[in-house]
Design a protein. Structure first.
Length: 478
């Protein structure tokens, strides 16, 4: 349903990733005249080189793991020789076919999103965009015989959603053949014999987990005491134990000073002088916002020292007519957050009802095996007195469905406000934790108490039963 305005608001969206895409859709639905500027393809890096391809790769890794773990459930795979003697076949992963499939899925997702934009009435301009003051965008395009043309688009509201790119270190420059960023791994034609992963944050942990399952020998170089240093400590401990049990080498308290290519592989040199030799290396040392050289500071938009755009809870920048969404901002670098910011920006700019984004209500997930899903306040914040809450942790090993499925690792952890029992956060470590966290996210968003959560029926047996079991254990005695 379109809302009527005296004059159609002119909206320019710079960047077609999750934030820009949702801003464009919302702006068109509210009756705006929307132009989306995108230099690579609709969906941005999230769809083309990041979230969609990486999670597709991880899904393949999970399938490979499921085949390998089937024997624990009594399922055995055999083929027979010509003489009838049974032999156990090898599980092989054709990484070239996997990469072809995932890149095809990414392109298809991009085309589907582009079609949706066009149907919604959004004008799409292919090219490089930059601000020309607070009320206009200049787009450079490559139309005609290699010539560069410039279009100037004036608007009432601008949304910046230009994303971020992998951080590149001068001492470990990616070449796309032996040393990779996470956007370059999809060129591989064979499983790396020995993959060195530098960086044990979310990206490093996810790819280390996936390539271990796909059959690579993996060495994970972590500068901290534990992998996933910013996450729940109990969850990180589970993941690190699983990594080591699966044969991964985890080098804690180790920092890679350089990575260089050799004749047949790579060598990573650590700060203490040790060296690690491998066939390939993934550099997962963070990301930098794509905000340089696009006219932000000249337009009066405030940036942090790291180059991120300062925004408030409705995604507005220091310039009233300019909003920003996604990894280029000071909010959480999650596709779901970018999408919410994009919608919120349009609702606010066009006078619709707005619910300012609350960071503590954001559910996030790490796609290792098992997954880690979190929402709300953290245990560290509770222990430091920032939030007042009680903590209850229930191992999945006590869950009947987990036993049936052969799940050995994981837990459900709930945080509830001391006194009232209001659910203020939670952590789930389990297969498909990304799906299981939703009931806790609902409880946090709508301020449900543990008693209200415990009274909801869950299927028996089910993994979600551990959520109500944990809530029931935190019952508030009146």
């Amino acid at each position: 349903m379109a809302y009527e305005f005296e004059r159609k608001q002119r909206i320019t969206v710079l960047g077609g990733g999750p934030g820009g895409y949702e801003a464009a859709i919302a702006g068109a639905q509210l009756g705006g005249e929307v132009t989306l500027v995108e230099r690579v393809g609709v969906g941005g890096s999230a769809v083309l080189t990041d979230v969609v391809p990486s999670k597709t790769l991880i899904a393949t890794a999970e399938a490979a793991s499921a085949i390998g773990d089937a024997a624990d459930l009594g399922v055995q795979f055999f083929s027979r020789t010509e003489t009838g003697r049974p032999i156990r076949p090898e599980v092989a992963v054709n990484i070239a076919a996997v990469n072809k499939r995932l890149l095809g899925l990414a392109r298809q997702q991009s085309e589907d999103m582009k079609s949706t934009l066009i149907r919604s009435g959004v004008k799409i301009v292919q090219g490089e965009g930059r601000l020309d003051g607070p009320d206009a965008v200049i787009v450079s395009t490559g139309r005609g015989a290699g010539a560069i043309d410039f279009d100037r688009i004036e608007g009432d509201t601008t949304v910046i959603s230009v994303g971020a790119s992998p951080r590149v270190l001068a001492s470990a420059v990616p070449d796309g053949e032996r040393i990779f960023t996470w956007t370059q791994l999809y060129n591989l034609q064979a499983i790396p014999e020995h993959l060195i992963v530098v960086g044990s944050g979310v990206t490093g942990a996810e790819f280390a987990s996936a390539y271990t399952a796909l059959g690579s020998k993996v060495t994970l170089i972590s500068s901290r005491d534990q992998v996933l240093p910013g996450e729940d400590a109990d969850a990180a401990a589970v993941i690190e134990n699983v990594f080591r049990r699966n044969g991964m080498t985890v080098l804690s308290k180790s920092r890679a000073d350089s990575v260089v290519r050799t004749e047949n592989g790579v060598v990573a040199t650590l700060s203490d002088g040790r060296t690690v030799e491998g066939s390939h290396c993934l550099m997962a040392v963070g990301a930098v916002p794509n905000t340089a050289g696009i006219g932000l500071e000249e337009a009066g938009v405030q940036l942090t020292e790291s180059g991120h755009i300062r925004v408030n809870r409705v995604a507005r920048t220091s310039v009233p007519s300019i909003y920003a969404a996604g990894d280029c901002t000071t909010f959480l670098p999650l596709a779901s957050v970018a999408s919410m910011q994009g919608r919120t920006a349009m609702f606010h700019a066009m006078g619709d009802a707005v619910n300012p984004t609350e960071i503590r209500n954001v559910a996030s997930n790490i796609f290792t095996q098992p997954e880690i899903a979190t929402v709300g306040w953290t245990q560290r914040q509770i222990e430091e007195g920032i939030a007042q809450g009680d903590i209850y942790k229930l191992p999945l090993s006590e869950n009947p469905r987990a036993k049936m499925m052969g799940i050995k690792d994981g837990f459900v952890k709930l945080f509830a406000r001391t006194g009232s029992g209001t659910v203020i956060g939670g952590v789930i470590v389990a297969p498909k934790a990304s799906e299981l966290i939703f009931p806790i996210a609902l409880a946090v968003e709508h301020r449900l108490t543990v008693d209200q959560v415990s009274r909801a029926f869950t299927v028996y047996p089910s993994l979600t039963g551990s959520i109500t079991d944990a809530a029931r254990a935190m019952h508030i005695v009146l």
